[in-house]
Design a protein around this ligand. Structure first.
Ligand SMILES: CC(C)(COP(=O)(O)OP(=O)(O)OC[C@H]1O[C@@H](n2cnc3c(N)ncnc32)[C@H](O)[C@@H]1OP(=O)(O)O)[C@@H](O)C(=O)NCCC(=O)NCCS
Length: 179
């Protein structure tokens, strides 16, 4: 298995990977929603605002995480949202998800990104350093239906202080039903 941050050569395969992984775990409707979100992110996000961590075995994609920028109106620090995350159903529970997170966070650190947030299962993301955060610490771009899933971690010393909102996600995430 190899890890890559190169998006362009996988852009056809990634929506299918996410649709399949989320259909298997959350049902077909959720699979379609996340597949469409990934297509939208890949097609409509400015290049500097989107990063990826991709696990592959030759031409076969095994897993992927997308990172998109989150801007805080009154704050110049760089923040990315880590979402969505998926590993092929037939390759889950072999450590690929955790390796992808580590690879993605290393890439963000090398780009001097200050902070990363995610929105998901605290038990899973806690394994890679994410802790629950409040809306006072980092205001979310949309109202959260599961506030306990709002998680984050500092990647630089400057990232440890609270963020001044409001915050703005990229266009593909700008839909209340995704939050
Ligand atoms: C969630 C997902 C990305 C995890 O990827 P993975 O490659 O299977 O995870 P890993 O093998 O790296 O898991 C490492 C550990 O996390 C555990 N784990 C996996 N999913 C978990 C979950 N939802 N909650 C808590 N722990 C979880 C594993 O049991 C394993 O534990 P161990 O190290 O103590 O044995 C993958 O299951 C997936 O794609 N699921 C469908 C889509 C999805 O739900 N995405 C996340 C939305 S927030």
């Amino acid at each position: 298995m190899k890890l890559s941050a190169e998006i362009s050569q996988w852009s056809d395969a990634l929506p299918k990977l996410f649709q399949q992984a989320f259909s298997d775990s959350e049902g077909e409707d959720e699979g379609k929603v996340i597949g469409a979100l990934v297509s939208d992110l890949l097609s409509n996000t400015p290049q500097d605002d989107l990063r990826a961590a991709i696990a592959h075995d030759g031409p076969k994609v095994l897993g992927c995480i997308l990172f998109s920028s989150l801007r805080f109106e009154r704050d110049t620090r760089q923040v990315f949202l880590m979402s969505p995350v998926a590993v092929r159903t037939d390759h889950q529970k072999s450590g690929i998800g955790q390796r992808l997170i580590g690879f993605g966070l290393d890439g963000l650190r090398n780009a001097n990104v200050d902070y990363v947030v995610t929105y998901g299962d605290p038990a899973y993301y806690g394994k890679s350093g994410f802790l629950p955060i409040s809306e006072d610490f980092a205001p979310s771009p949309m109202p959260l239906s599961h506030p306990h899933g709002w998680l984050g971690q500092a990647l630089t010393e400057a990232g440890a202080a609270p963020f001044k909102g409001p915050s703005h996600c990229v266009e593909a995430f700008n839909k209340p039903e995704l939050w």
